[in-house]
Design a protein around this ligand. Structure first.
Ligand code: NAD
Length: 376
């Protein structure tokens, strides 16, 4: 897990580097829930009218949390509501769901901001024993938010249950870095978690599940997870480097005095760590090479790189905890980049498996050639 990548699932574009994961054709037929609120109201009316010969059926229940244990009839819904044009349910597992990052991410997922306003979702939340009560609190907040697209929520501590049939696994759960800690110090603690979760994904998830590993050290954890899930295509595993990409874009924009949407073609090479290399050589500002716009080469070579490498650590010093909101935003960006076409000429970064891509990585020329092929 030492590569950066950029990619366009729709076959359009990408990149300086390869990466995996086809576009989001993940949706598999699922059991159709029965009995809508509308049905219940109709049934009650029938009773009042004396038209019913039998008592109305109670809504069936399932393993979901709270209100999500009620089974709704999406099909009946669709006759009356905009859900008619909805896609099939997509099932998303989130580990560390009671943590700081998830606290931002889950509500973005449920709102439709990530997968679109026509994409109903099921959230399957994995927590640890210590966080289980907090997980219930999270599920209660999701209940109270009344998101139309959020059709199912379940919580659990057993990855073999929580990961069953999931189309996406957003693996955030881990012990985070404290002040002064390097990400590598977390390896012993978190490596085991990711080995176990890889095995569980391998056993019960959708065979085409897309996995984004966020918990640190995320590149290593992603590799551990991938190695423990041999039945899942290696290209489906990603380590989140998108936060670094976003941080690098922000710094280039600041230095160039432009708004950050003018910065494109940003690649992060290497680990999500202080050894990462934010690539200013291939980055563009307003469509021009960053080096042409920012003439201060010393700043680019020294200060820029150090600033991006250490941004997370500086933030921890200020906050007393690791970045949460901006990380959630970068997970959203990473997913969107995987499920929507990449803008013409641009690319994005993600940590992908060197094992999978090794045949393509003999030389820079080979990489460029590969990128050209993808750009087609
Ligand atoms: N890749 C990145 O860009 C990036 C950026 C920021 C943070 N992170 C990492 O993300 C991780 C989570 O950060 P956070 O701020 O949300 O931390 P947090 O402590 O707020 O939340 C982590 C949650 O995971 C839970 N957890 C621990 N072990 C678990 C297990 N085995 N299964 C399921 N849940 C488990 C904890 O109980 C806790 O609720 C950390 O490792 C952090 O270093 C990565």
């Amino acid at each position: 897990m030492g590569l950066s990548t950029a990619y366009s699932p729709a076959g359009s574009r990408l990149v300086t580097t390869p990466l995996g994961a086809g576009a989001a054709q993940l949706l598999r037929p699922r059991r159709t829930p029965l009995a809508t609120v509308r049905c219940s109201v109709d049934a009650a009316k029938q009773v009042q009218d004396g038209a019913a010969t039998v008592a109305p059926e109670k809504p069936a229940s399932r393993k979901g949390f709270g209100v999500f244990s009620t089974i709704y009839d999406l099909k009946a819904d669709s006759e009356h509501c905009k859900s008619k044009s909805w896609k099939k349910l997509v099932s998303i597992a989130v580990s560390g769901a009671a943590g700081m990052i998830s606290n931002h991410l889950l509500f973005k997922l449920a709102s439709g901001e990530v997968f679109g306003q026509d994409q109903p979702i099921a959230l399957k939340l994995l927590g640890s024993e210590r966080s289980f009560q907090a997980l219930e609190g999270v599920a209660m907040e999701l209940e109270d938010s009344l998101y139309p697209l959020l059709r199912e929520v379940s919580i659990g501590m057993d990855p073999y249950e929580v990961f069953e049939d999931v189309d996406w696994a957003l693996l955030i759960g881990a012990k985070p870095r404290g002040p002064g800690m390097e990400r590598a110090a977390l390896l012993d603690i978190n490596g085991q978690i990711y080995a176990d979760q890889g095995k569980a994904l391998n056993a019960v998830a959708s065979p085409n599940v897309k996995v984004i590993v966020v918990g640190n050290p995320c590149n290593t954890n992603a590799l551990i997870c991938m190695k423990n899930a041999p039945n899942i295509p290696a290209k489906n595993f990603h380590a989140l480097t998108r936060l670094d990409e976003n941080r690098a874009k922000c710094q280039l924009a600041l230095k160039a005095g432009v708004f950050y949407d003018k910065v494109s073609n940003m690649t992060i090479w290497g680990n999500h760590s202080t050894t990462q290399v934010p690539d200013f050589l291939n980055a563009k500002i307003d469509g021009r090479p960053a080096k042409e716009v920012i003439k201060d080469t010393k700043w680019l070579e020294e200060e820029f790189t150090l600033t991006v490498q250490n941004r997370g650590g500086v933030l921890i010093q200020k906050w007393g905890r690791s970045s949460a909101a901006s990380t959630a935003v970068s997970i959203v960006d990473a997913i969107r980049s995987l499920v929507t076409p990449t803008p013409e000429g641009d690319w994005f970064s993600s940590g992908v498996s060197l094992y999978y891509w090794k045949s393509l990585w003999h030389s820079r020329e080979h990489r460029v050639q590969y990128a050209m092929q993808i750009k087609g």
